[in-house]
Design a protein around this ligand. Structure first.
Ligand code: ATP
Ligand code: MG
Ligand code: MG
Ligand code: MG
Length: 559
């Protein structure tokens, strides 16, 4: 590739609209442009990085025996109605009608659709199966954020496992867990597997892969000693027993004095200027959260389904009621008016806070034992850091993180709803046991940039860099320099090294700045000074170190 022909519109100054570093850098370095909030055009450099990420994910999926498929991005309503999620997904689901008036959705995830394909499995002999795809997902996020981090249209690698029984699911889940660990290692993302289920949740396990970052919207507690990690939003302590039947059951316990009913809860004015009113539900033994609005940056109504795949945002309590009514199974509930979501790690202290959001100034927490109120992130960190790990007793740390991947044990919920049954070895028809496993591809790209940058720009790990090498022609008006640079460029390409040659009629300083900004791992500078000695200057982006390398040894140095 020739830089003179490449469309990489770098910007001199920081774009004003960018919030997170990855957003700022991907805009500045000419990787992305915003079409409208939550929708980005990926320019050539970003497409190259995306392809690298996809290939790494693909290799690790294939290595555990998963088969790549491609299912439609647009879905008829029917399978979503059968699972109950047509209503559950609420406003986050983009919906449309075709010319006959039939309802359709733009897929926000694909459990239902893969399940329709899985109906053909018919016998236990065809199990287990592992299927995956890279497909665009659409989610009407209330607050698209951070450039590629939270968009309304993004590529997900979503995978689904189909097993005969729970031990089979456990084995599949472990295989994905291992694959995810390798994927994030290869991507250079320091992802922490976080327990997103508590010990009381029976078979329904869920692990989030969390990349520590100050711009992350999630919070995790982490024990540096034994490695225990959990999402403070997800993990919870023992909740009251389930009540039967559909509809919104009254919580069996409220954690706020004076609050006895859901109406009380809605009317409750927590001290301070910001609040979240939270109802925590348990659906068939697994955690469901409902956040009811308050005057709060998190003032969205969010119902996280037991599987974690369903999220609804309903504007009004009766919409939430209707959505809950559509849930199969039974619900148990506890209502709290401050975000009192105790972590498993803080078990025994479940009246401890924790409510958190990505905005530093609006964290609130209360500890009704100790009568502490924390208002700021730093306070929250301090208090939570004083807590002890339930596993080993060491002090916990709390950090912000970006959710880069999420794996779930789904059980038989979708199989039952959509009729995915096989004959077991005794000839009985049984529902297959499913798992689902997601990675956001562009969010992973953003997470890599968040964790790999300096004041000069992006610093890509070699594994995902758009080009491994940029050959810089220091004096493009010098025929001898140009010829030597073209030779080195040809040699690198012949050796299979992805290389761009900066042949623009620009000053060397401008070219250096662009190579640094775009994050290409090696810069090979060919200039008059070096040529006099028969060398190129090879600069490593990550360290800034420059070495003089004989022209014919350049290929060996950068490989
Ligand atoms: P979040 O909590 O950040 O909203 P999620 O829990 O809704 O994410 P999942 O349904 O678990 O997301 O989807 C699997 C993965 O897809 C996530 O771990 C994340 O990497 C990615 N992802 C989810 N929503 C978005 C989005 N709006 N933009 C980009 N990537 C996303
Ligand atoms: Mg979400
Ligand atoms: Mg999440
Ligand atoms: Mg998730």
């Amino acid at each position: 590739m020739r830089w003179s022909q490449m469309f990489a519109p770098t910007l001199r100054d920081d774009p004003a609209e960018a919030d997170a570093p990855s957003h700022r850098l991907l805009l500045r370095a000419g990787y992305v442009r915003q079409l409208t909030a939550g929708h980005y055009s990926l320019l050539p450099l970003a497409v190259r990085v995306r392809a690298k990420i996809i290939q790494i994910v693909r290799e690790e999926m294939d290595a555990i025996g998963a088969q790549e498929m491609l299912l439609p991005a647009m879905h008829p309503a029917e399978p979503w109605r059968r699972s109950g999620r047509w209503d559950l997904m609420g406003q986050e689901m983009f919906r449309l009608k075709d010319r006959r008036g039939a309802d359709h959705a733009l897929g926000m995830t694909h459990e239902e659709i893969f399940a329709t394909v899985a109906r053909e499995l018919s016998s236990y002999r065809r199990l287990p199966q592992q299927w995956y795809q890279f497909q665009t997902k659409f989610r009407d996020e209330p607050r698209p954020k951070g450039g590629l981090m939270r968009t309304r249209e993004f590529t997900m690698k979503d995978a689904y496992s189909f097993d005969l029984d729970r031990p089979g699911l456990d084995a599949s889940f472990d295989a994905y867990h291992g694959a995810y660990t390798r994927i994030f290692e290869r991507l250079g993302v320091p992802a922490l597997p976080c327990d997103a289920s508590s010990g009381t949740m029976g078979g329904s396990g869920s692990t989030e892969f969390m990349c520590p970052s100050e711009v992350g919207e999630d919070f995790v507690v982490h024990c540096p000693n034994c490695g225990y990690a959990a999402n403070i939003e997800r993990a919870t302590s023992v909740l009251p027993a389930a009540s039967d039947g559909p509809g919104l059951p009254a919580p069996e316990r409220f954690d706020t004095p004076g609050v006895r009913t859901i109406e009380d809860l809605l009317a409750y004015d927590a001290p301070g200027d910001r609040q979240v009113k939270t109802l925590v539900y348990v659906l068939d033994g697994a955690l469901t959260l409902v956040l009811l609005r308050g005057d709060h940056p998190l003032n969205e109504q969010k119902l996280v389904d037991a599987t974690g795949t369903a999220e609804i945002r309903a504007a009004e309590p009766d919409e939430i009621q209707a959505a809950l009514g559509a849930l199969p199974g039974s619900l148990g509930a506890v209502g709290v008016s401050l975000p009192v979501i105790a972590d498993e790690a803080l078990r025994g202290r479940r009246d401890m806070f924790t409510g958190a959001n990505a905005d530093d100034t609006h964290l609130r927490g209360v500890d009704v034992e100790r009568d502490i109120e924390v208002g700021r992130w730093a306070d929250l960190r301090e208090v939570a850091s004083g807590e002890r790990c339930v596993r080993c007793g060491e002090r916990l740390e709390i950090q912000r993180a970006i959710e880069v991947g999420h794996i779930f044990k789904l059980g038989d919920r979708y199989a039952r709803a959509l009729g995915v049954e096989v004959l077991d070895p005794d000839g009985r028809r049984v529902p297959v046991i499913m798992g689902s496993y997601g990675i956001g591809i562009e969010r992973a790209m953003a997470a890599i940039v968040e964790t790999h940058n300096d004041e000069r720009g992006i610093v890509w790990p070699l594994s995902v860099a758009p080009f491994q090498v940029a050959v810089v022609v220091a004096q493009s008006d010098d025929a001898e320099v140009t010829e030597a640079a073209e030779d080195v460029y040809a040699g690198l390409r012949a050796a299979g090294v992805e290389t761009v040659i900066d042949d623009r009629a620009e000053r060397a300083g401008v070219k250096f700045r662009d190579v640094e900004l775009t994050g290409i791992p090696f810069r090979v500078t060919i200039g008059r000074r070096g040529l006099a000695e028969g060398v190129a200057e090879v600069t490593t982006r990550a360290t800034g170190d420059t070495e003089k390398i004989a022209l014919d040894a350049v290929v060996g140095r950068v490989r």
